[in-house]
Write a protein that binds this ligand. Structure first.
Ligand SMILES: [Zn+2]
Length: 318
């Protein structure tokens, strides 16, 4: 009996292999590649993100405004109106045109928080900032960069759509997990910190300048995510100003707040694509910009840019 079963099993396995062999994909249907572009066909995006809501933000916001740049500001609402921090009643006017975001009600590191503390630190911060600003607050920068992946479902329940760490990547990738969002670089790193040797500071500045240059030079899709604190710039305001001047006014850069980029990326994720990648439907309220490349001839790939207005379809001929 055992032998008969074994023979039957072998026959069944062979027939399965044969059936699969007959399902050959046509290569001509599988040579298109779809790439995200940022709004208005831009291939680069810049996020400038600052934590702690200290009084030096006043000078920082003025500089951003001077260069027509957008900032995302992460505040601890439990600390507002205390010495050294911005006041409740100036939030709306000071950060107008920029994004307000969370940094934990009391700036507590989040790795070892109990679930109820997580709920309090984020929920109370969100409730307070929304009440003061009259805006929806949807993002967070982890205090001290400290986070707990087990608490991510709780954060989602609290309406948090992105959360930034302080783990610099020195790269320009768009992250897969928006709730563990690693930035490109800390602006000027730890240059100027107490106890630093002059050569350490020099290295920090050089590393920052080099990464900025490679952002300008890259031809790939690139997100340059720069973060920092206005209180670090006491003796560096000239550098801040020079950096803002350097990155501002570029035609190929999408200047965005963090949440605006998240909205665009989520809209891209929701785009519906046919299996042969020739038909697209955009179910969002945002226009999408994509690039489709045909690699049939590997030596001579052909690209076309496609704009898909909100609620519309697009087709490409093959
Ligand atoms: Zn902080």
């Amino acid at each position: 009996m055992k032998k008969i079963c074994l023979v039957l099993l072998i026959i069944f396995s062979f027939s399965k292999v044969k059936a699969q062999d007959s399902l050959k994909w046509s290569t001509k249907n599988r040579n298109l590649s779809i790439q995200l572009l940022f709004p208005d066909w831009k291939s680069k995006a810049l996020i400038l993100s600052f934590d702690d809501g200290r009084v030096e933000d006043r000078k920082l916001v003025a500089l951003l405004n001077e260069y027509n740049l957008k900032g995302t500001f992460h505040l601890n609402s439990g600390r507002l109106s205390t010495p050294g921090t911005v006041n409740h009643d100036e939030l709306k006017s000071l950060y107008g045109g920029h994004e307000l975001s969370l940094h934990g009600y009391n700036h507590q590191g989040m790795t070892h928080l109990s679930n109820i503390d997580y709920i309090y630190e984020i929920g109370e911060d969100r409730r307070t900032l929304e009440q003061i600003s009259g805006q929806l607050i949807r993002g967070l920068a982890y205090p001290f960069g400290s986070y707990n992946v087990d608490a991510i479902p709780t954060m989602r329940d609290l309406g948090i759509e992105y959360a930034r760490t302080v783990a610099d990547t020195y790269a320009f990738d768009v992250p897969k997990n928006f709730l563990v969002w690693h930035p490109s670089i800390h602006m000027f790193g730890k240059a100027g910190y107490m106890g630093n040797l002059p050569e350490d500071d020099k290295k920090e500045y050089e590393r920052f300048d080099a990464l900025t240059e490679s952002f300008f030079e890259t031809e790939n899709l690139a997100l340059y995510y720069v973060w920092g604190h206005s209180w670090e710039y006491t003796d560096k305001w000239d550098r801040v100003s020079r950096f803002f001047e350097k990155v501002s006014g570029k035609k190929n850069i999408f200047y965005t707040t963090h949440i605006d980029l998240v909205d665009y990326l989520n809209a891209y994720k929701r785009m519906i694509i046919s299996v042969d990648k020739t038909q697209f439907f955009n179910p969002n309220s945002t226009t999408l910009y994509i690039k489709v490349t045909d690699y049939t001839d590997l030596n001579n790939p052909k690209s076309q840019k496609i704009l898909i207005p909100a609620g519309s379809s697009a087709k490409i001929d093959r």
